[in-house]
Design a protein around this ligand. Structure first.
Ligand code: NAD
Length: 296
């Protein structure tokens, strides 16, 4: 029988836990945590993502602020804005919504964010600390998957894990986290990508398959073994005139057939996505609790 790794239910629970923790701090006389989001330009998907992040902040009692900048802003001006946020003592963390317009060097911007405010976990200092098993902000999507595996008590020690996709925000950090010591972790990890040959030879031997490639319905039932755990990160808009919005959201997994064979599976939507959103709040809470303590 297949069980669902329910990201909607679990993220609600986590947000409730964060809300209660915030209330305890506020009761002690501390200010609430404060997250800021920088939005450059009018990219439709980015506007929605940032709106959701602000909504999530309000739902748990965080203060939030939006820094809305013109798409024509120069790289130098954006760096100045980041400097201001880095120096703002009332701010615990901030994110710069990606992608940025083509004339701005994304790497330069990420490098300019002060690592102790980088709640997206994209700065190389945080990435390096993650790889070295030191405390750091973890990128939200892999972090959400780790929390999901932990809360659902999915055994990972000594398991064979195949990650499909090696992006810096999902696949690669995911492979590092699963190979780290601890629970979840302690897995034997194979990181696969577009140049991998005979991918199904790896996935068929895997106890856990994590797909993060962005190719709808890519993973078929004959590519996994009976009882595998399947985590689907993919979200692709597939045109569909029969839908009111004109599209539907597809995962990387052929859900109807794979769910017949897997022991646990994440749906799309409702799996990894809501967990990703909750983890930004968790990282902001971590930034905050590094400054404040319930005992003081
Ligand atoms: P990306 O485009 O940066 O990376 C895709 C990776 O997949 C690459 O490393 C590439 O080598 C690999 N790949 C492509 N085709 C392949 C193939 N045929 N076989 C094996 N590997 C292949 O993507 P990303 O940013 O990591 O995102 C991946 C997917 O996850 C997208 O659908 C994205 O929308 C989604 N996503 C979801 C969340 C969430 O919260 N659920 C968060 C981030 C990304």
């Amino acid at each position: 029988m297949t069980n669902i790794l329910d990201g909607v239910k679990l993220s609600k629970q986590i947000k409730q836990e964060i809300k209660e923790e915030v209330a305890q701090y506020v009761e002690k006389g501390h200010r609430p945590p404060h997250l800021s989001a920088v939005l450059v330009g009018e990219n439709g998907a980015s506007v929605t993502y940032v709106d959701n992040k602000i909504k999530d902040c309000h739902a748990v009692g965080f203060k939030s602020s939006l820094v809305k900048l013109e798409g024509t802003i120069t790289e130098e001006e954006l760096l100045q804005e980041i400097k201001k946020l880095n120096e703002d003592e009332t701010l615990d963390g901030f994110i710069v919504q990606l992608p940025l317009p083509d004339h701005i060097d994304q790497e330069k911007i990420i490098m300019a964010i002060k690592p102790n405010k980088d709640v997206d976990g994209f700065h190389p200092e945080n990435f390096g600390k993650m790889a070295l098993e030191m405390e750091s902000f973890l990128p939200a999507t892999p972090f959400g998957i780790m929390v999901m595996l932990e809360r659902y008590q999915i055994p990972t020690q000594g398991k064979n894990v195949v990650v499909i996709g090696r992006s810096r925000i999902v696949g690669r950090p995911m492979s590092i986290l699963m190979s780290r010591k601890g629970n979840p972790g302690d897995s034997t990890v194979i990181l696969t990508h577009s140049r991998t040959k005979n991918l199904e030879e790896y996935t068929r031997k895997a106890d856990i398959v994590i797909t993060a490639l962005g190719v709808p319905h890519f993973l078929k039932a004959d590519m996994i073994k009976e009882g595998a755990v399947v985590v689907d990160v993919g979200i692709t808009r597939v045109e569909d005139p029969s839908k009111e919005r004109g599209f539907y959201l597809a995962g990387d997994v052929d859900y109807p057939e794979v769910s017949q064979k897997a022991s646990w599976i994440t749906p799309v939507p409702g799996g990894v996505g809501p967990m990703t959103r909750a983890m930004l709040l968790k990282n902001t809470m971590l930034a905050y609790t590094r400054k404040f303590s319930l005992d003081s």
